[in-house]
Design a protein around this ligand. Sequence first.
Ligand SMILES: Cc1cc2nc3c(=O)[nH]c(=O)nc-3n(C[C@H](O)[C@H](O)[C@H](O)COP(=O)(O)OP(=O)(O)OC[C@H]3O[C@@H](n4cnc5c(N)ncnc54)[C@H](O)[C@@H]3O)c2cc1C
Length: 284
Amino acid sequence: MTRYDYYTPRTLAEAFGLAADKAGARFVAGGTDLMVRIRHKDVHPEALVSLRSIPEITGIEIGGSARIGAATTIADIARHEGLGAAFPVLVQAARRVGGPQIRNAGTIGGNLCNASPCADTALPLLALDAVAHLESVRGARAVPLRDFFQGPRATCLAPGELLSRVEIPKPAAGAKAVFLKKGRVKMDLSIASVAVLLELDGESCAKARIAAGSVAPIPLRLTGAEALLEGKRLTEDVIAAAAETAMREISPITDVRSTAEYRRSIIGVFTRRAIAALLGRGVA
Ligand SMILES: Cc1cc2nc3c(=O)[nH]c(=O)nc-3n(C[C@H](O)[C@H](O)[C@H](O)COP(=O)(O)OP(=O)(O)OC[C@H]3O[C@@H](n4cnc5c(N)ncnc54)[C@H](O)[C@@H]3O)c2cc1C
């Protein structure tokens, strides 16, 4: 059995102190990713510093922007009425994370810091241009979420640094977004997924954001497909060209969940279907 010390700090200052003092220490939130990795002997922390009892990084505030503490559970996001009204695409994705037990324990910070390409909340947050706020004893910094992910299980977090909150700017009035996920069964990690946001200016697309999951080493913005949509009338030809580009921008692999070819075709279908749904020309 793996043995480690377990600490439950009540403040960020205490958490930073513990992370600095204890050799081989690691932050843990809900533990739904980390405990599996410990059990599989992928990681061998000597101490765990829990982030679950720190009010400074827990909770949801909605003002000009939404600020979600990293230790907020996925369940709290999934049932938050204010988020549901202002950022329904994030709530949609949160509701698709695992089952109730996973959503009750798992946090948004853990979902992002685990840096899996299939992290469901990463996609709406990328589509919404969210910003990650990072803190350590050395100070605080803000990083656009699209620069946060560096590779499978790799982020731009420095040693001893943690994600304290995610901030989502309010999208322009009339912007709409949707999240689509394909799993082998309903309650499963995604085989492939997308979040698409469109901001329309009359008949023309003023802004497009497309993020794709489980089809690249990181949750990925598909900037080529976005550029094809922006500034254009969204005719069937334009949408088809964007879907084709989306399929070329990804680098899916074949693994136990699916083949690379199937993943690529889902991204094409989901991109087209999401855009059509946002334009009121079909259902997602
Ligand atoms: C059965 C099962 C089903 C699942 N289904 C899904 C699914 O459908 N979709 C999905 O996206 N995920 C799924 N997951 C993965 C997991 O539940 C989520 O990623 C969850 O949000 C992780 O959050 P956590 O708080 O449990 O993270 P933890 O396990 O506590 O931490 C994960 C990693 O992030 C680090 N960390 C955590 N918080 C911070 C922070 N604030 N700052 C810095 N580092 C931090 C930890 O050190 C660790 O390396 C599933 C997992 C299981 C076991």
